[in-house]
Design a protein around this ligand. Structure first.
Ligand SMILES: O=C(CO)[C@H](O)[C@H](O)COP(=O)(O)O
Length: 234
């Protein structure tokens, strides 16, 4: 079984990071809502603020699961078609380095996550300390048109990587993304130049999107009893 979600990390550390980042959200904002167990803590807290304190925000979800959670939490939603520029996007990550580069896509939502992150004036990552690494070396999730899988596999090999079609969500065969595509997890070993690798992946026909994110303005790293905030150097 090929699956990405093999990270531990304490829920308290995730919650600390996710809730601290909510302090960036103010009245009137359009907020990109990421996907995963860490940012779910942000969504629940924002929902409480909407219900109990009258916080006036609208969210743009990055997946069907986040849409359902946001609705359950009482956060009004809009779409990118109606609200193309977001004030902030908050999302989790699978691995992040000191230069604020990140690997995302453990939940197979990285295509919509990247669209939302890129539509925001400020993209903020929330992660527990286990996700922080001196160098990115996890597999890079890629979303791939089923029609193009063999071509993408060959191109990844040419780039020095190996890839596995992701399975393991309770259905036989490949998992299917919210956009109807496959996920190929691509291992490259240590990624010394994440932006360069990202550019090369973006040029492969049929590869819809990859999980290397290089546009975070801030990363909130949560520990059991504190939060460290990393800011992009200008
Ligand atoms: O990129 C993602 C989904 O595609 C998630 O943000 C990432 O996998 C982190 O998830 P979690 O907070 O559950 O560890």
């Amino acid at each position: 079984m090929a699956s990405m979600k093999n990270l531990s990390g304490s829920d308290a550390a995730k919650k600390n990071a996710a809730e601290k980042a909510c302090e960036l959200v103010t009245d009137g904002m359009i907020v990109g809502l990421g996907t995963g167990s860490t940012v779910a803590h942000s969504i629940r807290l924002l929902g409480r603020w909407v219900k109990e304190e009258g916080l006036n925000i609208v969210g743009v979800p990055t997946s069907y699961s986040t849409e359902a959670l946001a609705i359950e939490c009482g956060i009004p939603l809009t779409s990118l078609a109606a609200s193309p520029v977001l004030d902030i996007a908050i999302d989790g990550a699978d691995q992040v380095d000191a230069s604020l580069n990140a690997i995302k896509g453990g939940g197979a939502a990285h295509t919509r996550e990247k669209i939302v992150a890129s539509s925001a004036k400020q993209f903020v990552i929330v992660a527990d300390d286990k996700k922080f690494s001196s160098i990115l070396d996890r597999s890079v999730p890629t979303e791939v048109l089923p029609y193009a899988v063999k071509l993408v596999e060959r191109e990844i090999l040419k780039l020095g990587g190996t890839c596995t079609v992701r399975t393991g969500t309770g259905k036989d065969g490949p998992i299917i993304t919210d956009n109807g595509n496959f996920v190929l997890d691509c291992a490259f070993g240590q990624i010394k130049e994440p932006a360069l690798l990202g550019d090369k992946l973006s040029r492969i026909p049929g590869l819809v999107e990859h999980g290397i994110f290089t546009n975070a303005a801030m990363v909130y790293v949560g520990y059991e009893n504190r939060v460290e905030v990393l800011r992009r150097k200008m």
